[in-house]
Write a protein that binds this ligand. Sequence first.
Ligand code: ZN
Length: 294
Amino acid sequence: MDRDYLVRATALDERVRAFALNATGIVSELRRRHDTSPVVTAALGRTAMGALLIAAATLKEEEQLLTVDVKGGGPAGRIIVTANGRGEVRGLVGNPHAHAESANEKLNVAGVVGSTGFLSVTKHLGMKDSYQGTVELISGEIGEDLTYYLAQSEQTPSAVGVGVFTQQDATVVAGGYMIQLLPGLSEKEIAAIEERIAALPHPTKLLREGATPEQILERIFPEGYTLGDSQPIRFHCPCSRERFESAIVSLGQDEVRRLIEEEEEPYTEVVCHFCNESYRYSTDEMEAILEAAR
Ligand SMILES: [Zn+2]
């Protein structure tokens, strides 16, 4: 888990921004919490890394948050991930056990995500300031779809490479990179970067060989780059008993009374869809919540 981090860098006189991460611990945690099949682990993991990369590139403050929402129409259902400026990420998927036939050795991510829907990114920048961009999915492979989103919606030509290696025994290796081209690059410079990205082995192959995120960037910028911040990243869900209690109060007294009356157990259980933690409220606690909802 402690290997997870994200690095920021620039190259070619700051006309290129680059990010790379190792998110093996995060994707393992997502797999464990949601009990995802290998191909859904890959779909959810890629989306989580994409959210972290876009958060690192665009959020200016720790408190800011973004949500990546993928509705591809495939058997996995909807994927929703949130990431914040502190490098904390969480996510959920409609059908964690979905499968899709694969014609080769690779996990058929597009097969579970689907490729006929939408990807949207919503940024919550503080107070009432939020921004949303939506694009049609072009492949359902996530990385390509995020690249398309960045080009279309944020007008930033980018390359997003995110990969999850996983096996039935729950081994997970996950990581990737994002390269953003800023104005002022020549055609020749752009072509050289594109060539190196095209020749780059899959990021999980590099990570499994022991490469660090910095070394992935070295492969893309062999002539050198300037390393910026290194940021720890982790799975984190901010849910708590108190937060769910407030959420139940906000349902209003009629709804809370209905929950108490319809409950067959001596408690009411609430499960957080983002992390699968469950919280139980005894009948006495529910009566106190009902009192608060008046
Ligand atoms: Zn939670």
